[in-house]
Design a protein around this ligand. Structure first.
Ligand code: ASP
Length: 582
């Protein structure tokens, strides 16, 4: 028996017990005649004491040689501590050691194994196994496991079954870039790693599985924006004989269940907002609704005067920033510089100070009188003491810019509290999205998403305005899940492929298996997938998903610990019939 107790469980009630503990040496203090060692494992830290009077000198001398991160086993008696430590769960007791076994020695770790370590990100990633010994990382992994368990509990309780789908699949041109794997047995041919199990889960519905889920790795070979991982985890779900509303309800319940179980937070019904409203009110399809600052469209009031910039703009739109009338002229100038940074890209910003006495002072007083400005205040919901910030230009672009400003102001005002959770559904996404590069429409969600039946006619005449039965679950400004009602009719699916620019032959070559399946009695079905890493990090009150992944990749997609990707030797290349020319 390696241990009788773990390092987090001994209390005052255990005094006089003979115990065996095992763990890592967190630190030790040597007073010459006495040595204290903090022994750590996943469950906590227990203080050990070696002293020449009560034990023996040889043992004390051995204890003096213990280095940080040595793995040891000790036997001894639980005694009451003279100076108790209320901050530690085991702080009332210590172990008077009688026997010490060194199970494994350790080099001095390259960074301190403390909550606030001196190790930089790259170093910690290289020695991730040491980083995982630190409380914050360990806690995050335990938290992640707990969320996964609760997902499984909830879905199992609703009759979902977990089915594994293959990882070596077929490459498809839609969506992101595939990671590919050469096939040795099929010369010149490649598998792709799944970007998601989308087609398989639909085939499971054709197979009659009715309710499916899987906590599953997905792979996308995209340029890595901050906080993206080339491999990531989804909670992937699909249901048969359901409408959109059924899917929203069940996964709203699941999200509520998670918030309750892991955060002990009750959230009422999630608001539902159309994509169109989200864009109009927040300039964003994943609005953060923990705070207000909704957009006020000012065209009707702003375009009536001689101000050329507004008159020529497609859209004039503003937000009221609470309390920001206190900004000095210099601070406002800085804010204008901020919106003009290339990352935001506005040409300028008009502002209105809402004074405490009910008057207004704007940067365009030459063109607008108090009555005009009062209308702006009304449209943006501005109160005395607020600052109205107004942007103008092409509608979509301007909304995106104002959304960036809204988020920035919320950040500065401390309105993005990570312990407040404001989930909502965004529904009625457009079916198609124009792609400037390829000059054709792409599926905004994916090609299996059903258009709204009442919009199907518009596919020919006005494809950009066809709405889909597609939905996203948004929380605190992040998309945490997304899905759609699927097409289950072969003809409609063929029509969709046609609109996405596939010839019938191409569609057959890529998705023939799905079209064939639809000829054998496909049930109506719908589903969604949650981004599990992001969900966990938001529930955990942190924004970086990397902190919740045991072995993450860095920003260049590398695992710096195992040093991957890496070259393979000539023999492997020959076997795979691959030639590498660099
Ligand atoms: N497969 C989709 C995705 O990865 C989710 C879904 O439609 O269920 O985004």
């Amino acid at each position: 028996m390696y241990r009788s107790h773990d390092c987090g469980s001994l209390r005052a009630s255990d005094v006089n017990k003979e115990v065996t503990l095992a763990g890592w040496v967190q630190k030790s203090r040597d007073k010459g005649f006495m040595v204290w060692v903090d022994l750590r494992d996943r469950y906590g830290v227990t203080q050990l004491i070696f002293d020449e009077e009560r034990t023996d000198k040889a043992l004390l001398e051995r204890a003096q040689k213990l280095g940080r991160e040595f793995v040891i086993q000790v036997k001894g008696t639980v005694i009451e501590r003279e100076s108790k430590n209320a901050k530690m769960s085991t702080g009332d007791v210590e172990i008077l050691v009688k026997e010490l076994n060194i199970l494994s020695e350790s080099k001095t770790p390259p960074f301190t194994i403390e909550d606030n370590t001196d190790g930089g990100e790259e170093l910690r990633m290289k020695y991730r196994y040491l980083d995982i010994r630190r409380n914050p990382v360990r806690e995050n992994l335990i938290f992640r496991s707990k969320v996964a368990m609760e997902v499984r509990n909830f879905l199992a309780g609703k009759d979902f079954i977990e089915v594994e789908t293959p990882v070596l699949i077929k490459s498809t041109p839609e969506g992101a870039r595939d990671f590919v794997v050469p096939s040795r047995m099929n010369e010149g041919q490649f598998y792709a790693l799944p970007q998601s199990p989308q087609t398989f889960k639909q085939l499971l519905m054709v197979g009659g599985m009715d309710k499916y889920f899987q906590i599953v790795k997905c792979f996308r070979d995209e340029d890595l924006r901050a906080d993206r991982q080339p491999e990531f985890t989804q909670i992937d779900c699909e249901m048969s004989f359901v409408e959109q509303e059924d899917v929203l309800n069940i996964f709203e319940d699941m999200t509520r269940h998670l918030l309750k179980k892991v955060k002990n937070i009750d959230v009422a019904d999630f608001p539902r907002m159309t994509y169109e409203d989200a864009m109009k009110k927040y300039g964003n399809d994943k609005p953060d609704i923990r705070f207000g600052m909704e957009f006020g469209e000012l065209d009707a009031f702003a375009k009536a005067k001689d101000f050329k910039i507004f008159n020529e703009a497609e859209l004039v739109v503003g937000i009221a920033v609470p309390g920001a009338n206190s900004y000095t002229r210099k601070e406002i100038d800085k804010l204008i510089d901020w919106v003009r940074r290339p990352q935001v890209g506005a040409l300028g910003m008009v502002y209105v100070r809402c004074n405490e006495d009910g008057t207004y002072k704007s940067s365009v007083d030459k063109f607008y009188d108090q009555e005009d400005l009062a209308n702006w205040a009304k449209a943006t919901g501005a109160k005395a003491g607020d600052l109205i910030c107004v942007l103008s230009g092409p509608a979509n672009k301007t909304r995106t810019q104002l959304s960036a400003l809204r988020m920035e102001m919320a950040e500065r005002l401390g309105l993005r509290d990570p312990e407040v959770f404001a989930p909502l559904w965004v529904v009625d996404f457009p079916l198609l999205e124009w792609d400037e590069d390829t000059e054709r429409y792409h599926a905004m969600h994916h090609p299996f998403t059903s258009p709204k039946p009442e919009d199907i006619d518009k596919l020919e005449t006005d494809p950009g305005n066809v709405r889909a039965n597609a939905y996203d679950l948004v929380m605190n400004g992040n998309e945490i899940g997304g899905g759609s009602v699927r097409i289950f009719d072969k003809k409609l699916q063929a029509l969709m492929f046609d609109h996405l620019g596939f010839t019938p032959d191409e569609a057959r070559a890529q998705f023939g298996f799905l079209m064939d399946a639809f000829e054998y009695g496909a049930p109506p079905h719908a589903g969604l997938a949650f981004g599990f890493d992001r969900l966990v990090s938001i529930l955990g009150g942190q924004e970086t998903i990397r902190d919740f992944i045991a072995f993450p990749k860095n920003n260049s997609g590398r695992d710096v610990m195992i040093d991957a990707p890496s070259a393979i030797d000539q023999e492997q290349l020959t076997e795979l019939n691959l030639k590498v020319t660099l």
